[in-house]
Each structure stands twice: as C-alpha cells, then as structure tokens.
Design a protein around this ligand. Structure first.
Ligand SMILES: Cc1cc2nc3c(=O)[nH]c(=O)nc-3n(C[C@H](O)[C@H](O)[C@H](O)COP(=O)(O)OP(=O)(O)OC[C@H]3O[C@@H](n4cnc5c(N)ncnc54)[C@H](O)[C@@H]3O)c2cc1C
Ligand code: SF4
Length: 341
C-alpha cells in the first residue's frame, strides 16, 4: 500500500508549528472535528508509527504533513518548578521506559510505556502520539479496498456502523497504553494553539465518541505532559491483554496506582483502556479500596466495577464477552499485585 502524495513541513519551534497549522486549517470550520469536517488538510506526525500505516490505508490523505521531530523544546523529561515532572510530547516511549526518575517516582507510567508495541516502535513512538492515538476498529483499520467492499462506515466515508447497526454513534476503541497510567497519576497536558497555550487535566481530553475522540482542534498541538508531585511514589502496575505478547495493541488494559500505609490501602486509582472509546478512570475504585486491608474479595469488587464500566463491542479480533471477562480478571490481578508490591 503506497503513501498518498503530501508536502512535508518541518518547523523548528512550537510557535512555527502552530503557525503552519493555523495557515493550513483556515478552511476547516471552528469547532469542527476531523469527522465532521470530512477532510483535514494537514496532519501532525511525531514518531509516525500509527500515522504512516493509517495513511497507507488511506484513512488520512492530508495535503500537508507537519513533522514535529525538529522541535527540540518538545523533547525531554524535566523536573517541574513545583517538583512534579514535565515530559515533552515528543519524548519517545523508550526514553520514558528507561528513565530512572520515572521508574522510581511514577512506576505505573514506566510499566505501561514498556508494553507499547515492540522495542523498534517504542524507539520511534512518542508519548504525545500515544495520547493522541486514533481510535481503532476491525471495520476501520483496513485498506481502502477492504473498507469499500463493506460500504465504509460512520468513522470514515460512510453512514452506517457495522458494530452497532442502526445506531448513529461510532464505538471505535481507544487503544493507547500510557493514557490509563497517566489518568491514575492525575496527569495534565499542555495544548498549544494559535491563541496561546492552555493546560487541562488529561481526563478532560477524551470525549468517549469513537469518530471524534479527543478535544483537540485541527490547529492545535499537545506539547507537554505534567505529572504532579502528589502522585509520586505510588506503587504502579499495568496489565494488558493482547493477541501477540511481543507487539500488539491492547484489547483490554488496566493501570493501578496505589499507596499503602500500615498494611492498608491509603489511596488508589484504577483506570482501564481498550474497552471503551476513551481510557477511563474507574469511578468508585478509590472509595472501594481506601482504608481497607487487601484481600481477594476486595480486589474482586474492583474487578467487577471494571467489568461494569467496560463496554467492549465487536471492534476487535476477540469477542466482547471475553474482553469484558478479561478486564475483570486483569483488574483483580493488577490490584492484588499493586498491594503486594
Ligand atoms: C504493529 C503496531 C503495534 C502497536 N502496538 C501498540 C500498543 O501495544 N500500544 C499502543 O499504545 N500503541 C501501539 N501502537 C501505536 C503506536 O506505535 C503508539 O501508540 C505510539 O505511541 C504512537 O506515537 P507516534 O509518535 O508514533 O504517533 P504518530 O503516529 O506520529 O501520531 C499518532 C496520532 O497522534 C497525532 N499526534 C502525534 N503527536 C501529536 C502531538 N504532539 N499533538 C497533536 N497530535 C499529535 C498524529 O497526528 C496522529 O493522529 C502500535 C503500532 C503498530 C504499527
Ligand atoms: S464502531 Fe462502527 S462506525 Fe466506528 S469504526 Fe467501527 S464500524 Fe465504523
């Protein structure tokens, strides 16, 4: 599958990158999502590990590709002024996996980063690309010929959903590994746009709608990730279900960050991925766990909560029933492992 023709733009600063985006998205209406506007004339590329295969499948055919790799100010892992950690969006997953500071202070993020794809892809893939990753579906991540044979679908070029026929919503699944870990750490992200920069909790970034999954305008960039000091030094565990252990996207994933005191759970947060159109913090998990001594029954009740929150559909090679059961089992195991850590 060949790449479509495009012009490559190579900014050196965030300001220059945003200027290019503003210039080439002027035709897209304010507030339009890519799905609503049909065509976005410019796409951002970081490591390219997801964008390039998608362009080969003709899921995106931009006239311009904005290559961020020359923007030095978006790279690196630095202490923040108030002693949290700041990670540039272009920092590779390998750098995150290998960072001793992150491993010691935010182990759930190191664990999750280390499970993304394969070592070669983690060399190229970035944390910003992982956060902004397109949602996935068996009926969408296919070649143009394949999709045409099925009459396309709501997410791209069509008006029906093969997964939930009769519905008008796209249920494509968010399948990034690091966002659930970042949600457990109460991470924030910085977004640069032509009108300046803003900082938002990562939790507010995702919409839960498969074909319009992130709150990011076509003229905006994710530039930085912030990990608060208050979330440091929690035990961290990440577990994922995938078909091939050496490379695949998660088909269900769970992150746990836990602090213990005197044999009890002092505080804990649990988040799931790859079973909904957005990564989700489990509402109520902290309340179930806080102040309790860990045992099988307690971990099982968090597993049950995860299974109730997950809404897997036939978007992947494994059945929804199996993925729902696995999110229950993996969550229980992850909670037990965090308490034993
Ligand atoms: C075989 C294979 C297996 C994979 N397995 C996994 C897996 O197990 N887990 C997983 O999480 N991912 C997996 N991936 C996907 C991908 O490798 C990672 O998600 C990676 O982190 C993407 O980062 P990137 O820099 O390469 O993103 P890119 O491909 O460059 O970009 C991805 C998307 O994010 C947008 N984007 C990138 N950076 C920014 C930014 N700073 N601001 C705004 N938008 C931005 C792009 O426009 C694009 O839409 C896999 C990919 C392949 C090919
Ligand atoms: S969930 Fe439906 S609309 Fe969305 S990508 Fe899959 S088939 Fe298409």
């Amino acid at each position: 599958m060949s790449l479509p023709q495009f012009k490559l733009l190579r900014p050196r600063t965030v300001a220059e990158a945003v200027e290019f985006l503003a210039k080439h998205t002027a035709r897209v209406g304010e507030g339009d999502s890519p799905a609503q506007s049909g065509h976005v004339p410019i796409r951002v590329i970081a490591g390219g590990t997801d964008l390039i295969p998608s362009m080969r499948q003709k899921l995106f055919e931009p006239e311009y590709v904005l290559d961020l790799r020359g923007v030095a100010e978006m790279k690196g892992i630095e202490p923040e002024a108030d002693s949290g950690i700041e990670i540039g969006a272009l920092t590779t997953l390998k750098a995150i996996e290998r960072s001793e500071t992150l491993r010691q202070r935010y182990p759930v993020l190191s664990e999750a980063a280390a499970t993304v794809a394969s070592p070669v892809l983690r060399n190229m893939g970035t944390i910003g690309g992982n956060i902004c990753l397109d949602t996935r579906c068996l009926w969408y991540n296919q070649s143009l010929t394949w999709r045409k044979g099925c009459g396309f679908c709501i997410k791209k070029d069509g008006d029906l959903c093969h997964v939930a026929p009769g519905g008008t919503k796209c249920w494509a699944v968010f399948s990034g590994d690091t966002p659930p870990a970042l949600l457990c750490l109460n991470a924030e992200i910085e977004i640069a746009s032509p009108t300046g920069v803003r900082r938002i909790p990562l939790q507010e970034f995702y919409t839960g709608i498969g074909d319009n999954y992130r709150r990011l305008q076509p003229n905006e960039l994710v530039t930085r990730v912030f990990l608060p000091d208050a979330a440091a030094n929690y035990c961290g565990i990440y577990r994922k279900l995938r078909v091939r252990g050496s490379i695949d996207y998660p088909l269900a994933g769970v992150a746990v960050a836990m602090k213990r005191s005197n044999g009890h759970v002092a505080d804990a947060r649990v988040a799931i991925t790859a079973v909904n159109p957005a990564p989700l913090l489990l509402n109520g998990a902290s309340a179930i766990l806080a102040g309790k001594a860990m045992d099988e029954a307690l971990a099982e009740s968090v597993g049950d909560l995860a299974a109730r929150t997950a809404k897997p559909l036939t978007t992947s090679a494994l059945t929804p029933e199996y993925r729902r059961e696995m999110i229950r089992v993996f969550t229980k195991r992850a909670v037990l492992a965090a308490a034993a850590n």
